[in-house]
Structure formats: structure tokens, C-alpha cells
Write a protein that binds this ligand. Structure first.
Ligand code: AMP
Length: 424
């Protein structure tokens, strides 16, 4: 059996792992760590939840511990780029855990925090810098740091960095890096633009993959509940009421809609919070902390704000609005069933979202079981929705195929209504 010891990590790291109760390496760690230790470039296809932070973080800590002297002013030994502030903080927290008691320094730079404080911090030089690409570029342009001596580079959640429009920043950063470096690129999906990114950053990479893109943990029970847009909030209330003590993450599409939904849940007596782009960095951090600590039971979030967030206790993911990019569905439901636990994901599908549902099922190569309601009928461009109402039952106009959350009712294969093509 492969152990962290047999992967060649030093005794200090082994002790740190023991403290954090990492007993056996995960598959991505078993695959990637030996290659990183050998100095190879890596192209890793893996989602958060697989243990990929430690897959690159541990061997990098091992290498940097060997150096034995502090970094020069304004230099960075290992640079880790990630798409969101939350993910940057999460990676940095992991690294701090691995390096506790060593001389290694971990710094972060993210938008929304004081650039002045970050500049002062970087002036001293750092072993690890975890950064979002936009703010890093700002700091590079102000000459607050140099990447000339950066020997290790990690691009984490690279597909999300592309989705967020960081390609220009990444192209610019690529030019400022020394060619004599080791690079690791991790992504949950492989969109076309990734090829360009991979070519400009990687040299003869080893490909490591733990699950094909689009495949999610087997431990997540996925269902869809057909309803109308107007009845979604009541339906959510019914689902949440079934497990008041368990943590639930609810995904909305817009900042405004997510905020409104959170407020409604609070008036209904749920301990709910929200994170989205209209919240300041400190508000987002506070809310996440309360959620992580169990003070809040329900977190309403948009995709960007919740990307990559690792909160082990999340048992339920509700797709209140279906994502219009099918890959985001994979990321969303991956917020549950962390570290071997079981999870449940329910998608609320309105008549206008049938196209999104089809795209999700196509990407995932599955048919999602029906938890309630009936698939909406393809009625052509008009009328836009099925008969609807706002009855207290939550699924007005439709017969639930089961109680919310009971799941498992397979979509009828014969005689079932044709799915409706989404009106453009
Ligand atoms: P990541 O995919 O890096 O976001 O990691 C997902 C979660 O798994 C985090 O909470 C890690 O702390 C945890 N984790 C990673 N590797 C291990 C391991 N070998 N044993 C136990 N937990 C781990």
C-alpha cells in the first residue's frame, strides 16, 4: 500500500500530516506526488475534493524545505494561481497547515484587500505566494515583486480562471516567468482554450487524471424536481425543513436573486447566509466562517463565489437555478460528499430550464432521477410555461412523483412527455 512515507516526503511533513489526520494518500496524491518530486510538469484533471491541493502542495513543501535559507526580497519561490479569493485562502490555509513549525512563509494576494499591505508583505520575499491572476498582475506592474526566480508554478482550477476571463492576465504572467521552472496545471474540465494555456505554460507534461471530466463522486445522490420558477422557493423550504440540522448549499444564478432568496429563507426561520459578487471580501469570509462552524445551516451562493469551496459538512446541494454552463453543475454538486461522506444534490427545473437540464445530462452522460413533478412538456415557443400557481404545496400545476427529497423515482421511459426544447 502506498503511504505518504513511501512517497518520499520528509519527516517534518509526515508529522504535519499525522496532525491533520491525513492517514493515506488519495489517488491523485499517489499519482501526482512522485512526478512532482521528480521535477516533471503536470497536467492534472481533477476536481476539488480529490485532495489535489496536497498533491501539489506536499511535494512543493518538501522541495522548499530543502533550500534552508530565506527567499530574497521581492522574490517568490512557488507561485500558485487560483480563480477566486476564497480558493486562494483555502489553498493558503492548507499550505500553512503543512508548513507549521518550519521556516517556510506563505503569502496571499487577492483583489478586494489592501494592495499596500500586500506590497509591504511581498517586499520581504516569500516561499509560497497564492494569488488571483488579476491582482498579481497589478502588483507585477507596480514592481512589488519579481517572478524571475520562481521555480515552481501551479495553475489551480484553470478552467475556472478561463471562465472568469483571466486568459489575458495569464498570457501576460506567462511572459514574466522564468523558463527554468516546474509547472503544474490542474483543471476539472478541458475546454478548448486550455490547449493554448497548456502549451504556453507546460513542457512535456505528465498527464494525471483521477476521474474523467464530468464524472462526480459516486456518493452523491442526484435528483431533479420539476417545478415552476415561482414555486421554487416554497419547494426549497420543504426540502430544507426535512433536514434542519444538516448543512445545505443553495446555488442561485444571479447576485440579486441569491440575496433575495437568502432573505426569504431568514424570514422563514432558517439560519441562512449568502455569498456572491455584491458582498465585500470580509463579508464573504465572515459568512463562510459561520457556515463552516455550523452557525449558519444554509448558504445561498453564486457559482463564482462558491467555486472550489471545501466545507466538509455540506450534505445537500440545491440547484435553485440550473447553471447555464453544464460544467458548473459538476462543480456545484461536488461541494457535497467531501472526503468520503455521502451527499445529495437536487436540481429545481422550471419549464424554461429544460435545455439546461438536457445539456447537464449530456455532459454527465446520465439521466438524472426524478424526485418530484413531471418533466415539462415541449410546447414550442409559446406558451412559455405550464399552468402555474403559488399554492403552499410548492409544486402547483404538477403532480409530484414523490415527496420532496425521497428521490429515486426513475423518469418514465415510455409514454413520458417529450422534453420541451427551450425557447431561445
Ligand atoms: P482538495 O481537493 O485539495 O480541496 O481536498 C479536499 C479535502 O480533502 C480537504 O478538506 C483536505 O484537507 C482533505 N484531504 C486531502 N487529502 C487528504 C488525505 N490524504 N487524507 C485525508 N483528507 C485529505
Amino acid at each position: 500500500m502506498t503511504t505518504f512515507e513511501s512517497l518520499g516526503l520528509n519527516a517534518t511533513l509526515l508529522k504535519a500530516l499525522e496532525k491533520q489526520e491525513y492517514t493515506t494518500p488519495t489517488p491523485i496524491q499517489i499519482e501526482a506526488i512522485p512526478h512532482v518530486m521528480e521535477g516533471r510538469d503536470i497536467m492534472g484533471l481533477a476536481q476539488t475534493g480529490t485532495g489535489k491541493t496536497a498533491a501539489f502542495g506536499l511535494p512543493l513543501c518538501h522541495r522548499l524545505m530543502e533550500i534552508g535559507k530565506s527567499p530574497e526580497p521581492k522574490t517568490v519561490r512557488a507561485l500558485i494561481l487560483a480563480p477566486t479569493r476564497e480558493l486562494v485562502n483555502q489553498i493558503a490555509d492548507n499550505l500553512i497547515g503543512f508548513t507549521r513549525g518550519t521556516h517556510l512563509k506563505v503569502a496571499t494576494v487577492v483583489g478586494g484587500s489592501s494592495i499596500h499591505i500586500q506590497t509591504t508583505r511581498l517586499a520581504r520575499g516569500t516561499d509560497f505566494l497564492v494569488a488571483t491572476p488579476g491582482r498579481l498582475l497589478d502588483l507585477l506592474e507596480r514592481r512589488a515583486l519579481t517572478l524571475e526566480y520562481t521555480k515552481y508554478l501551479v495553475l489551480d482550477e484553470a478552467d475556472q480562471m478561463l471562465d472568469l476571463g483571466f486568459i489575458h492576465a495569464l498570457r501576460k504572467i506567462a511572459k514574466l516567468l522564468s523558463p527554468r521552472r516546474q509547472t503544474m496545471l490542474f483543471s476539472a474540465t478541458m475546454p478548448k482554450l486550455m490547449e493554448e494555456l497548456a502549451q504556453s505554460y507546460l513542457t512535456e507534461p505528465v498527464r494525471v487524471q483521477v476521474a474523467p471530466p464530468g464524472k462526480v463522486a459516486d456518493k452523491i445522490t442526484q435528483t431533479v424536481h420539476f417545478t415552476t420558477q415561482g414555486d421554487k422557493a416554497t419547494l426549497l423550504r420543504e426540502y430544507l425543513a426535512q433536514h434542519p440540522e444538516e448543512m445545505a448549499l443553495v446555488f442561485g444564478r444571479t447576485k440579486h436573486g441569491s440575496e433575495k432568496l437568502m432573505k426569504l429563507l431568514v424570514t422563514w426561520g432558517f439560519s441562512a447566509g449568502s455569498i456572491h459578487g455584491n458582498k465585500s471580501q470580509s463579508q464573504r469570509e465572515r459568512t463562510l466562517k459561520s457556515f463552516r462552524e455550523g452557525e449558519l445551516k444554509v448558504l445561498v451562493a453564486t457559482d463564482v463565489a462558491a467555486r472550489g469551496i471545501d466545507i466538509p459538512g455540506v450534505r445537500h446541494v440545491y440547484n435553485f437555478d440550473l447553471p447555464n454552463v453544464p460544467e458548473n453543475y459538476v462543480h456545484r454538486i461536488g461541494r457535497t460528499a467531501r472526503a468520503g461522506a455521502e451527499g445529495r444534490a437536487v436540481a429545481f427545473c422550471s419549464p424554461a430550464e429544460m435545455g439546461e437540464l438536457r445539456a447537464i445530462e449530456k455532459t454527465m452522460k446520465i439521466t438524472i432521477d426524478v424526485a418530484g413533478g413531471s418533466p415539462h412538456i415541449d410546447t414550442g415557443p409559446a406558451p412559455k410555461q405550464q399552468p402555474r400557481g403559488r399554492s403552499g404545496g410548492g409544486y402547483a400545476g404538477q403532480k409530484p412523483a414523490g415527496k420532496p427529497g425521497t428521490g429515486g423515482a426513475r423518469r418514465p421511459q415510455q409514454g413520458r412527455p417529450q422534453r420541451r426544447t427551450r425557447a431561445a
